[in-house]
Write a protein that binds this ligand. Structure first.
Ligand code: PEP
Ligand code: MN
Length: 345
């Protein structure tokens, strides 16, 4: 009996060696294709061809193997593309406009810039994986005046230095026009936080200030705003001459907060409606919407499944030590796990 099993195991081992050998052979071939695609400027993923491959294999090996074939092949496709996407992002994306064309659009980094070393370290970890948009708050709108308020001016400087060093672009919140004017050159994407979505005077000033160069604005949904109010807030900026707005859903306050483990209610269904209401990119923030790192991965996956154009995710290499929002930030490694899932989009 045991001998019989051993014999079969030997055959399995031999088959495995063949499989891995063939997988490597396949990878070398697709690497050459991807290299050529890069030279010719053709996009890496070819969904039609992926479907053709899967369909023809199912036809050949039978419907009973459909699930196996689909699962394994999606993994193989993603695996061969990932390295090239990272390399492409790192070397070919050199302007914020190009970075904003990437899908999914990923904005990552700590809640707050805490020190020069902290932001340099996290920027490198993210850049090595092809992430181009580095977030980090310097002017933090905290609920309590006794909480860490951010490093202020010097925080924006550290963020900007870290981003430059890694060929990344900065995303940071300003609370008023003076902060924006002062740091205009250091900020690639201006974040308007949830608490300021309805500061219409500020939105108008922002629209005017950015109307010339059309600097992108990341507008977060007020946590008590309706979708219509959110879209109209964007219009305040657009009407002053800046159409470059990214809409960010970040959770709303509902009765669930009476006893929920989540800080806000993730407004996932709003992705569907907002996409109908506007042509602007719609991204989702799984960090602030849950306030709880254990939900970030699933909410991210769901947001993309529902059609979100990207994600804003708080990441810290040592979440327990984060000076703000430590309950919700995730490790870079966890972020990369999420990105592995989403390579399929
Ligand atoms: C943030 O993204 O840093 C932030 C403060 O988020 P919100 O404005 O959505 O609370
Ligand atoms: Mn935060």
């Amino acid at each position: 009996m045991a001998k019989e099993i051993d014999e079969l195991k030997k055959k399995v081992d031999a088959t495995d060696r063949e499989i891995v050998g063939l997988l490597i052979q396949r990878k070398n071939l697709t690497d050459s294709i991807l290299e050529l695609k890069k030279q010719y400027g053709i996009s890496f993923r070819d969904k039609r061809r992926q479907n053709e491959i899967i369909t023809s294999l199912i036809k050949l090996f039978g419907k009973e193997n459909k699930e196996l074939i689909e699962k394994i092949y999606m993994h193989i496709f993603n695996n061969s593309i990932r390295k090239h996407c990272i390399e492409y992002n790192r070397t070919q994306i050199n302007t914020v406009q190009d970075a904003l064309k990437l899908r999914p659009l990923i904005i990552a980094g700590p809640c707050a810039v805490e020190s020069r070393e902290q932001i340099l370290k996290i920027a490198k970890l993210l850049a090595d994986k092809g992430i181009k948009l580095l977030r980090g708050g310097a002017f933090k709108p905290r609920t309590s005046p006794n909480s860490f308020q951010g490093l202020g001016d010097v925080g924006v400087e550290y963020l900007s230095q870290a981003a430059k060093k890694q060929n990344m672009f900065t995303v940071t919140e300003v609370l008023d026009s003076n902060q924006l004017k002062k740091h205009y050159e250091r900020i690639d994407i201006v974040q308007i936080g949830s608490r300021n979505m309805a500061s219409y005077g500020f939105l108008k000033e922002l629209g005017k200030l950015t109307s010339e160069d059309k600097k992108p604005v990341l507008l977060k949904r007020g946590f008590n705003a309706t979708l219509r109010e959110f879209v109209l807030a964007a219009k305040y900026i657009q009407d002053e001459g800046n159409p470059n707005i990214i809409m960010c859903l970040r959770g709303i306050r509902t009765f669930e907060q009476i006893d929920s483990q989540m800080r806000f209610t993730p407004d996932l269904a709003s992705i569907l409606e907002l996409k109908e209401m506007t042509d602007l990119p719609v991204i989702f923030d799984p960090s602030h919407s849950t306030g709880n790192s254990k939900f970030v991965k699933k909410i991210s996956d769901t947001a993309l499944n529902l059609g979100a154009d990207g994600l804003l995710i708080e990441t810290h290499y040592s979440p327990a030590k984060a000076l703000s929002d430590k309950e919700q930030c995730i490790l870079p490694k966890e972020l990369f796990d999420i990105l592995e899932i989403i390579e399929k989009y």
